[in-house]
Write a protein that binds this ligand. Sequence first.
Ligand code: FRU
Length: 488
Amino acid sequence: MFEKYKKVLKEDYKAWYKENEDYRKKVAADPRRLSFHLMPKTGWLNDPNGLCQFHGTYHIYYQYTPFEPTGELKMWGHYTTKDFVHYKDYGPVVFPDKDFDAHGVYSGSAFIEDDTIHYFYTGNLKYFDRDDYDYINSGRGSNTITFTSKDGYDFSEKQLLMTNDDYPSDMSNHIRDPKILRHKDTYYMVLGARDKKGVGMILLYQSKDLNHWTYLNRITTPEKFGYMWECPDLFELDGQLFLICCPQGVEQKGIDYENVHQTTAMKISYDFETNEYEIKDIKLFDRGFDFYAPQTFEDEHGRRILIGWMGIPDADYTNPTVENGWQHALTIPRQLLVRDGKLIQQPIGEMKQLRSEDKAVCNFYDGQEIVLQNVVYEAIVEYNKCSSMTMTLREGITLSYKDEILTLDLGAYGAGRTTRKVHVKELSHLQIFADTSSIEIFVNHGEEVFTSRMYNLNGRVTIQGQCQGKMTVYPLKSFEIEGDDNEK
Ligand code: FRU
């Protein structure tokens, strides 16, 4: 019904929704639908957007294309929750309905000030009036746009803040994904950027009122680190400034940077008086196949919470869910903490509410094998010692540890995904969340994480090797998601 790159108004979507009950039924019937992850009701999902907590309610917006599972025209979908177990689904709520965002309501963020949610996003435009555009340095518009809300549901008019003419003249057309940081009495906006020479970086703007923005600086590594840095997130935690962003075009280095695009966390020291900075400790933020474009926010309890896209663009592996009309999901929410100067990720405490009573607890010893048949579960493995081990996470899918290397092997069940590895000096703890078609593995209380889709529904959990300890496996209950699209 929708031609590529034509505006979509809310009414258009409502009419489409009415006609597509069968499509929704087809998606809902897929056994690979996840039970404790947020997914698109139909079609495609990518980045989390506009994450915030406002008057107790968490708002989770996301890049959404309801019409087909391959992700063409992007808008923002919307979920809310108060407890990260019960959710409400509002469907798409921000549409590509203006001349300045007609080809995509791209990623953006929320910032709360004066009891108001201020949203910032990128309005994507692609020009079709000539056929010699490369869509890198010409033919593309990246508009920075804002709107506000007093409740997270009703939005003000969109307001155009910046166009490509407002970015430095040596930039390519690729500028996007605004995120706000407040430092003392000044607001800072980071934007992901690619310059004309193909160097990835972030642009830093400043403002006193969230409406008038002036260019301040660009932040990049001394040596080129990829050609484009998407979805930057600059935040302070424990007195340290961190930059999480997604560099594209970084070359593989041994077992690092094996995915087509990366998510990295950098420690950064920035002097806001002199604008001098230094980037230290660049770390690959997730070791799995499907993690990208994460976003953080500080909730009303002061927690820094992160949600990522459990997917990745341009990968050569696939998701068979496309056959059933949908693709991708968000990760479980994680709390970021600083331990020994390092940024770590832990599943938020609320996830414990999903544990069912009938847990299995078993002690394992050198050489002995424990076998359970769970499919959707959380497994906690506490090691007294471990020099080597192999776990089965699902039939034919293993996690093994040998010579200080921890390897996730999806065997024949990765739809093109093979193995991913990380160096772990000492393995002391694992916390594993297995959903119907995804796995998230937190190593040593969040020092490292593997996030991946996987495609085998035959449950099997085993542990065996030169290791001793205790394993607890909890079958997990599902999220409860209520609400039909369009109803507040
Ligand atoms: C990251 C990204 C963003 C962009 C959005 C479009 O996955 O490419 O840079 O704003 O997705 O959906």
